[in-house]
Design a binder for this molecule. Structure first.
Ligand code: BG6
Length: 293
């Protein structure tokens, strides 16, 4: 079990707690806003701005076990996205979300509460390092940084697989990707399709929007809230809702929970996988903010 240095914990701002399944998490606070990050997977499970509903969703049926991924929040997919490219025994979406991470530094100021965690070197490919920084203020900033000191190129995919809490999938639209191109993972035709208008949902949806740095906004008409998602150094945005049949097939997902969640994932995957030369660092940034209408 990872030991946590006392310096990481700051009275009133960063606490260590025991959460679902006995798994440990850090609770960050800033001016009434709150975020929880589990050491298992450096998994941000909860984000609630001051005087608002939670922004992230997680399943009531989620596993909270050391060898299984958590369903909801922001899982980290790394160093591959989806199934392993050539080894079907490897876990979906990589091993970062299945490993206990180590908190290594913090920063607490009037402007923000911030913590950085690192994937232990023993779990990383040799001389590759992966860090996640979470910064809580009037918004949530998440950075995923990969550094390559291996002496050769490191090719990988990544995603901050964010599950957002919505009131009703039928009454939600995603704007910002109009005119962008996507690969429909549910179609036999994998040629890029052009997005016409905002995205609306009436069936299972599993798309990788490619070559796009655009911000997106989830407009929730029932909740009367907009969630704004912006990003840097990310060329893919994955949009996923399992709808009914797939929900039933997933053991860690309630059968009607698809109504209250939507994944809009900040990623570099598919044709946007990263080729990182030795000596280089790549930092993907996600910013989430929510506004009531
Ligand atoms: C999405 C993928 O990002 O994650 C989907 O596009 C996948 O194809 C979903 O089903 C959930 O993956 P998992 O491994 O967490 O069940």
């Amino acid at each position: 079990m990872i030991q946590i240095s006392k310096e990481i914990l700051i009275q009133d701002r960063i606490s260590l707690k025991e959460g679902h399944g006995g798994l440990r998490f850090l609770e960050l606070r800033w001016n009434g806003a709150e975020a929880h990050i589990y050491l298992h997977g450096a998994h941000i499970l909860h984000y609630q701005p001051a005087e608002q509903q939670p922004v992230l969703w997680h399943s009531e049926a989620s596993w909270f076990e050391t060898d299984k991924p958590i369903r909801g929040g922001i899982p980290i997919c790394w160093p591959w996205f989806g199934p392993h490219p050539n080894d079907s025994d490897q876990p979906a979406h990589g091993f970062a979300r299945l490993t206990e991470w180590e908190p290594i530094s913090n920063s607490v100021t009037d402007e923000a509460t911030c913590v950085t965690l690192q994937l232990p070197a023993s779990s990383c490919p040799q001389r590759i390092s992966l860090q996640l920084t979470l910064e809580l203020s009037d918004k949530l900033l998440v950075s995923l940084t990969t550094a390559n000191n291996s002496g050769s190129d490191f090719n990988y995919s990544e995603a901050l697989h964010s599950y957002f809490f919505i009131q009703n999938i039928h009454a939600v639209k995603v704007s910002g990707l109009e005119g962008q191109y996507y690969i429909d993972k549910l179609s036999h035709d994998l040629s890029p399709q052009k997005q016409k208008g905002p995205i609306e949902f009436s069936a299972e949806t599993d798309r990788i929007y490619i070559n796009t740095t655009h911000s997106t906004t989830i407009v929730d008409e029932v909740f009367k809230r907009s969630i704004h998602i912006s990003k840097e150094n990310s060329l893919s945005t994955v949009v996923w809702n399992p709808w009914i049949d797939k929900s039933i097939r997933m053991p860690d997902f309630g059968t009607s929970e698809f109504l209250n969640m939507l994944c809009v994932e900040t990623a570099n995957c598919g044709p946007n996988a990263v080729a990182l030369a030795s000596g280089e660092t790549h930092k993907m940034n996600l910013q989430i903010s929510a506004r009531n209408h």
